[in-house]
Design a protein around this ligand. Structure first.
Ligand code: HSE
Length: 399
């Protein structure tokens, strides 16, 4: 059986899907009995001498109106054109497979309802955790348990940068450049380093856990742009490494959700998730702790996850149900979240500060850990500290 598909967007992931389908063609046909054929590729750019040049189109209407195309891979990214095309593809009776976290985080619930109506599927395995086969087992896990915590390291670019800074003494700028050249970063890397990308992925996981819409505008997001070698040095001396973390705690009255840099105890499993690797952490009432681990970004791992969705869509005879609805989840205001904090200050006599550590290489600095306290308590105590010292950094501890 030949199955014809179209790819929207011939960037890192779109071209990766064509490549994975070619590399694994024999394997796919042998195991599934289906031959997947790329019929159209949509991109506004020209690709002279590309092996798929003859399949290129700039007109989405060609794909939308082609009854032979049963599956559309949306790899354009973003929430505007991607949304329009995904919606139109579903309306015209085609299943959509996408790695687009922004699209799923914002329009997932609406598009699932439309897919249900049309008897097709919207599949998004690569939208969280890149190449980690995560979404399917995660949906199974959250279906049968009461989720208490959803957390993790969900941006490969930031994790790569922080690992390079911590392990190899790389500068932030050089590590970011590397991550871009390796194809990990978004077109605008602000989404990676500003924690917006990771925040959208957290919102997808929380929405799936709660069956409600978790809007990313309501989730506090802080970036890693200002992290320095001093942060790593003082963190290490106190038994921590530094990671861009997403953290979602499901409480009785709502959800505590954050995407931000955190100090992670060196003994925590997330501390050993390095480079482009991602990990999603789930604590369920009866399941206990589960960690999904693998390549969080990169052309072929991400494309492989999209290809697994193409096979799922091809095998599905009807809509695969989702409980995620448009009803909004209650995100609690961050000033009440309780965590320990690591405070680092600049002062004339750092050794005089009780319970603080000092490091010979940074003679004018001191750092200490607070007890677990709310953001509003920390802000209050900082007012006193600022009378005696310059506050350089306040970062949460993930436990
Ligand atoms: N820019 C993203 C990352 C790609 O670095 O994780 C995968 O979503």
């Amino acid at each position: 059986m030949i199955l014809k598909i179209a790819i929207l967007g011939y960037g890192v992931v779109g071209s990766g899907v064509a490549e994975v389908l070619k590399i694994n063609a024999e394997q796919i046909t042998k195991k599934t009995g289906k031959k997947i054929e790329v019929k159209h590729i949509l991109d506004l750019r020209d690709f002279p001498s590309d092996p798929y040049e003859s399949l290129m189109t700039k007109d989405f209407g060609v794909i939308e109106n082609d009854p032979e195309v049963g599956i559309v891979v949306e790899a354009i990214g973003g929430e505007t054109i991607a949304y329009d095309y995904a919606k139109r593809a579903i309306m015209s009776g085609k299943s959509v497979c996408t790695p687009n976290k922004a699209l799923i985080a914002k329009h997932g619930a609406e598009l699932f309802a439309l897919a249900k109506e049309k008897g097709v599927n919207l599949l998004f395995e690569a939208s969280v955790g890149g190449g980690i086969p995560l979404i399917r087992p995660y949906i199974d896990a959250v279906l049968t348990d009461q989720v208490q915590v959803v957390a993790g390291i969900l941006n490969g670019t930031s994790n790569y940068i922080l690992t390079q800074m911590s392990e190899n003494g790389a500068s932030y700028a050089a590590a970011l450049k590397d991550a871009q050249s390796l194809g990990y970063a978004e077109q605008d890397p602000t989404a990676d380093v500003g924690s917006y990308d990771a925040c959208r992925k957290l919102c997808i996981l929380l929405s799936l856990a709660l069956d409600k819409q978790v809007n990313y505008e309501n989730v506090r997001t802080e970036g890693i742009e200002n992290i320095s070698t001093e942060d790593f040095a003082f963190g290490k001396a106190l038994g921590f490494t530094l990671k861009q973390i997403v953290s979602g705690k499901i409480c009785e009255n709502g959800v505590e959700a954050l995407a931000a840099p955190f100090f992670v105890p060196l003994t925590h499993p997330l501390a050993s998730v390095n480079d482009v690797y991602n990990a999603a952490w789930l604590t369920g009432k009866t399941t206990g702790n589960v960690m999904f681990y693998g390549s969080g970004a990169g052309k072929l791992p991400t494309a492989s996850a999209v290809v697994s969705n193409i096979i799922d869509a091809a095998n599905a005879t009807s809509y695969i149900p989702h409980a995620w609805t448009t009803q909004e989840a209650n995100i609690l205001p961050p000033d009440k979240y309780v965590t320990k904090k690591l405070i680092r200050v600049i002062c004339k006599n750092p050794t005089a500060i009780k319970n603080a550590i000092t490091l010979a290489e940074y003679p004018n600095q001191a750092a200490w850990l607070t007890p677990p306290e709310s953001e509003e308590q920390t802000i209050k105590s900082l007012e006193e500290i600022k009378k005696m010292a310059g506050v350089e950094r306040v970062l949460r501890v993930f436990e």
